[in-house]
Design a protein around this ligand. Structure first.
Ligand code: DGT
Ligand code: CA
Ligand code: CA
Ligand code: ZN
Length: 599
């Protein structure tokens, strides 16, 4: 792998990020829509729409082509005028024509046009005849009955628009991994029980373990497609059937989650699973790889290229080179099987063997957990017994420190007594090591919440930020660096303090943190709580590349929180973490020795 230099340079070598293409595609699409709305020549409308699609599908970065407009016009569908606009955007960050067009319509109409099923023609009508200028006025008019009076509209159309608006409200947010995965697992189990069903698997971003998902994708093969579709549509929680075709059904659940079910032939299940697992960018590069070998890859399989003139007659029957399993498709493209979590175009095409990513079964210790002493629900003994039941050799009791008053954080005196209680429990409970620890607050200026003398009495110190989470990046970096470099700190807990879909958290210079963590032999936490998942995947990847230690913890406040571990593992795998770099996967003795090295 050609990864060198500072952590920040890590991903520039890969093509996953081509922001210029995406931005420009969006700009052309917008121009096309406005042109249609203002009644421009249909030829101009279509030309702009076409350029938008070309830019979206382009696998080279347009910003690399901008030095010479001839390179742009060489692309099929991009003419002189479009090339000029692209160059203008890359140079100035603006397209004058778009700015002019935007002046011609009320700003809110763009959002109205994003509503599914509402084309420019209808929007134009509602704007000119009913004074609809944004989603708010649209909602108001929908209730007055005024819109149903317009030509070519009726109560049915009005009802459809209402439902679409509701749908946007529901689907506006991506769903957190920990909310989607249990639902998907239940659906998969349910479908596996339907008569005639052969295989059912999750695909999409959920299979890749992303921290949030847009919708749930499920693939199945069955001898009885009808029974499977019926069972799928009849599931508890389904509020609307969005599509009910022979090979694809879609439903929306009461939670707002959309679930797609695709019925696949057994013979091409592997190819379909690969295609619908994505990511899109990974798929694009897989297809290119196939083309370079004179093969064609799609959701039905890997085929000898039937379009070539030199084609051998027998390949016309379209018998795939590989299709039944993912393994055989990867193998035919000279790749090892790539774990779904790393199919993101972040270096997986350079692999020569399947990486041995960390697994749930590798975890042998929980090093961040709370008891009734602060804000947890378990006693020390209950916590220890739960950890033991999960097959762990070690558990750390890490209640909150005094500044976390809202979490009943322990004063220095209370902590001293608590350490005593933990030591006694460690004698009492057999078969597991109970460590006396603390999740000590990192104060806004980087100082810790207890003095060094007290910290030195603890077996394990995890230092975390809980307050002042809107601090500016420079201050945040300084604050966290101080904690990492503190000689008595073992782990930096949930480094940014973010809560997914709720709070952004600190924005420290992660590369600086990683460098310090390596230098000081301090571990960085991957908090497995699905609200946090912090460090996040790309940060973990950088940490792994630069040799930092990581620690995956559930931050358990009750016994069922141990189940969060699954989300932490998926996130860790997305960061290419292997067991040897994760202190929770070490043997009891190795962990003990490492903890001692900071005492
Ligand atoms: P999500 O649902 O937004 O979290 O993300 P995904 O990755 O689950 O995307 P989704 O549900 O739109 O489609 C599932 C997979 O299907 C996706 O990861 C790759 C494949 N796929 C869908 N549309 C396209 C496409 O236009 N081109 C390519 N190459 N693959 C696609
Ligand atoms: Ca999806
Ligand atoms: Ca989907
Ligand atoms: Zn915490």
């Amino acid at each position: 792998m050609h990864i060198r230099g500072r952590p920040g340079e890590l991903f520039t070598a890969y093509t996953a990020d081509m922001p210029a293409n995406a931005d420009l595609s969006h700009i052309f699409e917008q121009m096309s829509k406005i042109l249609e709305l203002t009644g421009a020549n249909p030829f101009r409308v279509n030309a702009h729409g076409k350029v938008a699609r070309i830019l979206a599908d382009l696998t080279v970065d347009v910003s690399q082509l901008a030095d010479d407009p001839a390179k742009l016009t060489a692309i099929d569908g991009i003419g002189e005028a479009s090339a000029k606009k692209i160059v203008e955007y890359l140079k100035t960050g603006r397209v004058k024509e778009r700015d002019e067009l935007l002046k011609e319509i009320p700003k809110g109409l763009l959002e109205v046009m994003e509503i599914p099923g509402l084309g420019p023609k209808t929007v134009k009508l509602m704007w000119e005849r009913a004074g609809v200028t944004d989603v708010e006025t649209l909602k108001a008019k929908l209730n007055t009955g005024e819109l149903a009076q317009l030509p070519r509209m009726g109560t049915k159309t009005v009802q459809n628009i209402k439902e679409s608006i509701e749908f946007i409200a529901l689907s506006g947010k991506r769903i957190r991994l920990g909310e989607a995965l249990p639902v998907a697992t239940q659906i998969v189990e349910r479908l596996r029980g339907v008569k005639g069903t052969k295989q059912v698997e999750c695909a999409g971003s959920l299979r890749r373990g992303k921290e949030t998902i847009g919708d749930i994708d499920i693939l199945a093969s069955t001898a009885n497609p009808e029974a499977l579709s019926r069972a799928f549509q009849a599931m508890a929680g389904v509020v609307k059937v969005l599509a009910a075709g022979e090979t694809k059904s879609s439903v929306r659940l009461d939670t707002g989650i959309q679930v797609d079910l695709r019925v696949i032939d057994e013979e091409s299940f592997g190819a379909a699973l690969m295609y619908f697992t994505g990511s899109k960018q990974h798929n694009v590069l897989m297809r290119e790889r196939a083309i370079k070998k004179d093969l064609r890859l799609n959701e039905y399989g890997l085929f000898a290229d039937a379009d070539r003139e030199t084609e051998a007659p027998q390949s016309r029957g379209a018998r795939p080179v590989a299709a039944r399993t993912e393994q055989e498709v990867f193998a035919a493209l000279a790749l090892p099987w790539v774990p779904p979590e790393i199919r993101e175009d972040r270096g997986e095409f350079e692999l020569t063997s399947t990486p041995n990513l960390i697994d749930l079964s590798d975890i042998k210790a929980e090093l961040h957990a709370h008891t009734v002493a602060s804000d947890g629900k378990m006693t020390i003994d209950q916590l220890a017994l739960e950890a033991k039941a999960r097959g762990f050799h070690t558990v750390a009791v890490t209640d909150h420190s005094k500044s976390s008053a809202q979490a009943n954080g322990l004063s220095a005196d209370r902590l001293r007594d608590h350490i005593q209680d933990v030591r006694e429990a460690n004698q009492r409970v057999k078969g597991i090591t109970i460590l006396a620890g603390s999740e000590v607050d990192i104060l806004a200026d980087g100082r810790l919440d207890y003095d060094d003398k007290l910290l030195a009495e603890l077996d394990l110190v995890i230092a975390s930020p809980h307050s002042a989470l809107r601090q500016d990046p420079t201050a945040a970096t300084k604050r966290l660096l101080k904690a990492i470099k503190h000689p008595l700190v073992h782990i930096l807990g949930h480094p940014t303090g973010r809560l997914i879909n709720r709070r952004e958290g600190l924005q420290p210079d992660i590369n600086a943190l990683i460098e310090a963590a390596v230098e000081c032999d301090t571990a960085l936490e991957i908090n497995a709580n699905y609200l946090r998942l912090d460090l996040r995947d790309t940060h973990i990847r950088a940490a792994v590349e630069f040799g930092a230690l990581l620690s995956i913890n559930t931050d358990a406040h009750s016994p069922d929180h141990f189940d969060f571990l699954h989300y932490g593992i998926l996130t860790a795998r997305r960061g290419w973490l292997t067991a040897d770099r994760c202190i929770n996967a070490w043997s009891r003795q190795r962990l003990k020795d490492w903890l001692k090295s900071k005492r």
